[in-house]
Design a protein around this ligand. Structure first.
Ligand code: PLP
Length: 380
């Protein structure tokens, strides 16, 4: 099988892991954790980074640090991975689900401005969602497929309504927005994932990045049981969300290849787009002009009803190629069917037509040519 997306572990991963074993630094106390944080911060142009056990826990911490609490609403595009919505739920809050923009599959700035104006009002210092009476506490844009949203108008609207912006940048390491790296795109805090299928992996893990050192200190404090000093004193309910030295060791080795991995991902995307251009019923993944995507995943959008995505997927499987559908929107997921929402025309029309194709950073040119050829046959 040509797999959809597997880690590329050809660097110093084993060597650094061996150092963890030899020095007995296997837990979250260990030199690789700090080194990983410095490398991630440097790659994102961030004032700092707090390494976490996963992207989900990074998102949860970022939301708590941004002041999201029980009963609140957080604006979220419905077309995302369920971890974004779950991180909101872990705060005791609920996502306010928005449709995405058809041209980028990310939060639509015009829709955001329109719905905030139409559906919210002030109650003292709080912004309240008038239909539900709940406080709106934050906006969480999602950088779908490693493609940043059009952040300038989103951040402008959020500021106008007094809302912090916490970006789900799970798959966006290496991406830029109008030439700006992750920490400079406008979000107050951003969460990255280093899950096994991400461009850079630590086996599992995440990081919170941002440019306010005090807020990052709070995130770090929360991530390690809110412990004060070296005794067993804790000043609030914290979490055990730290990354371990073992994960960070793998992450440090992976960061040495960040530029090469992002370059490979972009190359794979460009090849699919070029070779599949003009095929009837096939459209590429979006590349909005404001972003230089990290191209986490590549694939196609299929529009011929005679060739449904699942049918094409099975044909590819028969040829020894793993292809997969992509996210099912949150408003169709059981835990979120009752969440407040806007109309969902774009998300509803999109999600079942998306097919992701092999895009591991070590996919060879001949393997990709075989995938392209097999896809053309499956569609013929
Ligand atoms: C958009 C998005 N948000 C959040 C996450 C969660 O990251 P993790 O799996 O590291 O918890 C992912 C992971 O795939 C993701 O794609």
């Amino acid at each position: 099988m040509i797999p959809l997306c597997v880690p590329n572990l050809g660097g110093n991963e084993g060597h650094y892991l061996q150092q963890c074993i030899e020095t007995t630094f296997v837990s979250s106390v260990g030199p690789f954790v700090r080194r990983f944080e410095e490398e991630v911060a440097s790659a994102c142009d961030s004032a700092g980074a707090v390494a976490t056990s996963s992207g989900t826990t990074a998102l949860h911490l970022a939301l708590v640090a941004a002041g999201v609490g029980p009963g609140d609403l957080v604006v979220l595009p419905s077309y995302t991975f369920i971890a974004s919505a779950n991180a909101i739920s872990h705060c005791g809050a609920t996502p306010w689900l928005f449709d995405v923009d058809a041209a980028s599959w990310t939060l639509d700035p015009a829709l955001l401005a329109e719905r905030l104006a139409a559906e919210t009002g002030r109650r003292g210092d709080d912004l309240v969602h008038l239909p539900s009476g709940r406080r709106v506490a934050a906006v969480m844009p999602v950088y779908t497929l490693g493609t940043p949203c059009d952040m300038d108008p989103i951040v402008m609207t959020a500021r106008e309504f007094g809302l912090p912006v916490v970006a789900d940048a799970a798959a966006a390491i290496g991406a830029t927005y109008k030439g700006r790296p992750l920490a400079d795109m406008g979000a107050d805090l951003s969460a990255v994932s280093f899950n096994g299928n991400k461009t850079v992996t630590s086996g599992g893990g995440g990081a919170v990045i941002g440019n306010d050192a005090e807020v990052l200190d709070l995130v770090r404090h929360l991530s390690s049981t809110a412990r004060v000093g070296s005794d067993y004193s804790h000043d609030r309910v914290g979490y055990n969300y730290r990354m371990t030295n073992l994960q960070a060791a793998v992450g440090c080795a992976q960061m040495e290849s960040l530029a090469a991995f992002v370059g490979a991902k972009r190359q794979i995307r460009a090849t699919y787009d070029r070779e599949l251009a003009g095929l009837p019923g096939v459209a590429p993944f979006p590349q909005p002009e404001w972003s230089h995507s990290g191209c986490w995943f590549s694939g196609v959008v299929l529009s011929d009803p005679a060739r449904p995505a699942e049918d094409v997927r099975q044909r590819l499987r028969g040829a020894g190629i793993e292809a997969r559908p992509f996210w099912k929107p949150m408003h169709l997921q059981e835990p979120y069917v009752d969440a407040p929402r806007t109309g969902m025309a774009v998300s509803d029309g999109l999600w079942h037509r998306v097919l992701t194709l092999p895009c591991s950073t070590n996919l060879s040119a001949s393997e990709q040519a075989f995938v392209i050829d097999s896809l053309k046959k499956a569609l013929a």
